[in-house]
Design a protein around this ligand. Structure first.
Ligand code: TYM
Length: 344
């Protein structure tokens, strides 16, 4: 890889339905980055196993996330789309990172604490070491940029720490092999746009998530036009009119969330949206938001349904992507094997 090449990597777990948070926080940015970068987008099925998955459902979910990527505009020919488990180098590097990362680092991960909850003793060890696998996903391609939503920031910081510690722990060996001193690049998180943390439509203090039991809390990419409009109509708000400036959104999480969604869907800033809607009531704003959301999301949902039916096509995309991903990962992993002192 030439020193100035910027390579993008990101992943999405095939667990449950893709939703508006995944779209605005991640996939929309994945699509935009294709213009300027070499991109690798991965359906992280190995990460999904950190919590028990019904095998039949997992197969369906891998296909569906792939269909989601393609329907949103990711080009699997110009870039790479594949599922993680087809490229064994992810697991191979993750083991080495299990031995580089420190218990103390992982103990600080808030997502583990949230997901394991009170039942920590019963959480899988995979859930605990999950961020090491995520670091391997990125670094096995020497990716330099990682577009994610706000909730992945801490995992990205850990990936940076792992890259630095590996480069440092093995500095002499890296030098002895005649390799670049910064063997692993320190990956940059790209957390951009007005909707890096989309909140539940029922409660502005909770993140929109696949695991929230209420379907009304999130808009799924598969939702049809009527369902999207209904969810927006019923979204929680407060009784005040919209403010004219962003500062007026402080302490109004539901208003802030809906304005952020409008801004991201229409490629504007929140300030621009408030210029248009400042002083207006939600009864005027919501129908406009619903119309905008339907115009952007309904065609994606229709395309997903169409592609998802063609499992032969989806599997061909994934296996072609995996082959091209392996071609990048294998030589990097070969260097890593020599660096750490394996034979063969
Ligand atoms: P996952 O599958 O939970 O989410 C996929 C992407 O969607 C973003 N996201 C959101 N963004 C804004 N608002 C929300 N409410 C919201 N919910 C989800 C996430 O930030 C993410 O970008 N660990 C990762 C997957 C992963 C990965 C990687 C990402 C595995 N290996 C390597 C980047 C690089 C995860 O569980 O994302």
């Amino acid at each position: 890889m030439s020193a100035d090449l910027q390579r993008v990597f990101s992943g999405i777990q095939p667990t449950g339905d893709l939703h508006l948070g995944n779209y605005l926080g991640a996939i929309k940015n994945f699509v935009a980055l294709q213009k300027s970068h070499e991109c690798i987008y991965c359906v992280v099925d190995m990460h999904a196993l950190t919590e028990w998955q019904d095998p039949t459902e997992l197969v369906g979910n891998i296909r569906e996330v792939t269909a989601g990527f393609l329907s949103c505009g990711i080009d699997p020919k110009a870039h790479i789309v594949f599922n993680q488990s087809q490229v064994s180098q992810h697991a191979e590097l993750a083991w080495i990172f299990n031995c580089v990362a420190r218990m103390g680092w992982l103990n600080r991960m808030t997502q583990f604490k949230d997901k394991a909850g009170k039942n920590r003793e019963n959480a899988s060890t995979g859930l605990f070491t999950y961020p090491n696998l995520m670091a391997a996903d990125i670094l096995v391609y020497k990716a330099t940029h990682v577009p994610v939503g706000e909730d992945q920031k801490q995992h990205l910081e850990l990936a940076r720490d792992i890259a630095k510690k590996f480069n440092n722990d093995f500095a002499q060996s890296i030098k002895a092999q005649g390799l670049e001193e910064e063997f692993f690049p320190i990956p940059e998180p790209l957390i951009t746009g007005p909707a890096t943390r989309v909140m539940s439509l029922r409660d502005g203090s909770r993140k929109m998530s696949k695991s929230e039991p209420s379907e009304m809390s999130r808009i799924n990419l598969k939702d049809d036009a009527d369902t999207i409009a209904k969810k927006i109509r019923k979204a929680k708000t407060d009784p005040q009119a919209l403010p004219s400036e962003e500062k007026g959104l402080e302490g109004r999480p539901e208003a802030d969330n809906l304005v952020g969604i409008f801004a991201a869907l229409s490629d504007q800033s929140k300030a621009q949206v408030l210029k248009q809607f400042g002083g207006k009531q939600f009864s005027e704003f919501k129908p406009e938001l619903a119309e905008l959301a339907v115009s952007v999301l309904a065609p994606i949902g229709q395309e997903m349904a169409r592609i998802a039916d063609d499992s032969t096509y989806i599997e061909a995309v994934l296996s072609d992507g995996a082959e091209r991903a392996r071609a990048i990962a294998a030589p990097i992993m070969c260097d890593v094997r020599r660096i750490v002192g394996y034979i063969g």
